[in-house]
Design a protein around this ligand. Structure first.
Ligand code: ATR
Length: 277
């Protein structure tokens, strides 16, 4: 059988960790396949989508800034992509180009790994109302969390998301966060606050009950200021790296026919890569 081929495309793409993740799995399972980073400029993306089959690819991942263009450009979309409004995974099925979104799956699977039972812990507070927040809210709804509170600097963006996701999802400005945390079971940061060189905390985990879980989808640094503050307070914390690893699983299975495992060894490899850069 011919080599199975997949890709990740974005612009820029050089810093993507996806080739390391998929390359590790290809070697681990002894699969005759390749996974290649392809830089595609915005203006060329529509043409790139049409060339996937002819290029011998079974599919691939899509990252910034192409996730919305991929959503618009595929022939069919899965339920998660429809809900999130963005596509991060492409695959060909009988010549038809499908688009899915595995970010919400990655988010939930990371918590399943590191905080089992998390979905039964009570109301969730989500900081941020951008693309990443949509994937998180989709996952929270899928797991049956009935009280999801979006907190955002710009209230109108939070309100847009609350309207989009409907019952059980509410929108709040930053000033309300203290009160919203007081009975929450889960706090999720989806904003860039807490990345290297970034400024103050949007929410103080000291206001959470003792049983609350705190997670950040930012994984550089691995322990963000929010996670550090939560740990000091004695709360359960989960870093964002597992979301990156788990979002890769469904694509690998689709293209290469093997469901891969997220192992401590894979995590160590990617942590070393992050620390080296
Ligand atoms: P992503 O796709 O990564 O979620 P995004 O769509 O640009 O990125 O969304 C960024 C989120 O971080 C938004 O919720 C943004 O708040 P606004 O909607 O008010 O812009 C939030 N954010 C970014 N910088 C921020 C800051 N300095 N203070 C508070 N919130 C910030």
């Amino acid at each position: 059988m011919a080599e199975r081929r997949a890709f990740v495309t974005g612009h820029p793409i050089a810093h993507s960790r996806s080739p390391k993740i998929h390359g590790h799995w290809l070697a681990q399972y002894g699969i005759d396949g390749s996974y290649q980073a392809i830089d595609v400029a915005l203006a060329d993306f529509a043409r790139f989508l049409k060339s996937i089959g002819a290029g011998g690819y079974r599919g691939g991942n899509v990252t910034i800034p192409h996730k919305e263009a991929a959503f618009a450009g595929v022939a069919r979309r899965d339920h998660a992509a429809e809900q999130i409004g963005a596509v991060n995974t492409l695959w060909l099925e009988d010549g038809v180009l499908w688009g899915g979104n595995t970010d919400g799956h990655g988010f939930a699977a990371n918590l399943d790994d590191h905080a089992p039972g998390w979905a039964a812990n009570g109301p969730a507070v989500v900081l941020g109302a951008g693309g990443a927040s949509r994937a998180v809210i989709h996952a929270l709804k899928q797991r049956g969390i009935g009280d999801i509170r979006i907190v955002n600097r710009t209230l109108a963006r939070a309100q847009e998301l609350a309207d989009r996701f409907g019952a059980g999802v509410s929108a709040h400005g930053a000033g309300a966060v203290g009160e919203l945390l007081s009975d929450a079971g889960l706090l999720v940061n989806t904003t860039a606050l807490g990345m290297h060189g970034n400024e103050a905390l949007a929410a103080d985990p000291a206001g959470l009950p003792g049983h609350a879980i705190v997670t950040d989808i930012v994984y550089m640094p691995l322990e963000t200021p929010l996670l550090a503050a939560a740990r000091t307070r004695g709360l359960k914390t989960v870093d964002g790296l597992g979301m990156l690893l788990h979002q890769a699983v469904p694509g690998f299975e689709l293209w290469f026919g093997q469901k891969p495992e997220v192992t401590p060894e894979l995590r160590r490899i990617i942590v070393a890569d992050i620390e080296a850069h």
